[in-house]
Structures are given as structure tokens and as C-alpha cells.
Design a binder for this molecule. Structure first.
Ligand code: ZN
Length: 172
């Protein structure tokens, strides 16, 4: 079936292709940081990101597991790459929105659609979840949520495609 990428999905695909990451096993936050000149550090504090003298820094919580650090990396990455400068001057509701957006971004960044589409997903849902979690090195609950976003979009597209096709059928 035809799948139309959102701007976000295009953006993530272009970014990964630019740094030669096209397979799930190549995804690695040290590699991403190095390719994009992001300074990475680990400290026993809540993960954060900042830009200092033109250099992006992401500090990850050293108390967290590697998987959780990867989610944090994606979340902070969204703030510095997509929200830069927005935060300080905006009202709280906007900050909440940016937080929500970074969380949503994390699902797309950790499991990019263009890679997901290359996988033969099992029609048995639990198998599909396990497989995706294993391939992308994320937790099963994360994979489950990501797949629900993916399936929802597929269903919506199938629906709108059917509607469009029916509308385009000449009335005889
Ligand atoms: Zn945040």
C-alpha cells in the first residue's frame, strides 16, 4: 500500500540518510552524536540539552539504563534540533506542548518509519512487538506504542484512499 510520509517522518529519514544510517542495527546514539558534532556527557542528574558557544551538548542521566538513555537522547535531540529557542519565552501550555512533541518525536526517532516499512511485520501482534523491540533495541511497551502510531496512520490512509477512490469513480 502507498504510504505518505508526514513532514516529521521525512525530516527524520533525511537526517538518518545524511549520516548514513539506514538499518536498525546502525542506530546508536554515540554514533549520531559524533556524526552531528553533538557533545555527549553522562552525569547523575536529569537528562538535559543546551547550546553553548555554538556547540550542542546533550547530557544523559548516568543512573538510567541504556535504553532509557536512548529515549532521553531522542527527546533532548528534538528540543535542540526542532525547538531551539522556543522554550524560554513561551507560556507554560506551549512548554507542555513542546514536551508532548518531544515525546512523540522520540517514538519516530527511535523507530524511523522508513526502516519500519522494510520489516515484514508478523500479523500476530505480540510477535510483531517482540520483533520490533529486539531489532530497534527498545522495550516491548515502547515498541507496542510505536506500532499503534504506525497502524493508526496506515488505517487512516487506507480509509482516506478508499474515500477518495469512491469520490473519483464516475457516476453513471
Ligand atoms: Zn523535554
Amino acid at each position: 500500500m502507498r504510504y505518505t510520509n508526514s513532514h516529521l517522518e521525512d525530516w527524520i529519514e533525511n537526517l538518518y540518510r545524511k549520516i548514513d544510517i539506514t538499518e536498525p542495527e546502525q542506530i546508536n546514539f554515540e554514533r549520531i552524536a559524533e556524526s552531528l558534532d553533538i557533545r555527549l556527557s553522562f552525569k547523575p542528574v536529569t537528562s538535559f540539552a543546551l547550546k553553548h558557544s555554538g556547540i550542542y551538548n546533550i547530557c544523559l542521566d548516568s543512573r538510567k539504563s541504556r535504553i532509557e538513555q536512548w529515549y532521553d537522547f531522542a527527546h533532548e535531540f528534538c528540543h535542540i534540533y526542532r525547538h531551539e529557542g522556543d522554550k524560554k519565552t513561551m507560556p507554560t501550555t506551549w512548554t507542555d506542548y513542546l514536551e508532548w512533541q518531544s515525546n512523540y518525536f522520540t517514538y519516530h526517532f527511535c523507530i524511523p518509519t522508513f526502516m519500519l516499512r522494510n520489516i515484514n511485520l508478523s500479523y500476530i501482534h505480540s510477535h510483531a512487538i517482540e520483533n520490533v523491540a529486539w531489532l530497534f533495541k527498545v522495550s516491548p511497551s515502547f515498541a507496542k506504542k510505536r506500532l499503534s502510531i504506525y497502524y493508526r496512520k496506515l488505517t487512516q490512509q487506507l480509509f482516506s484512499q478508499t474515500v477518495t477512490e469512491n469520490l473519483c469513480t464516475p457516476l453513471l
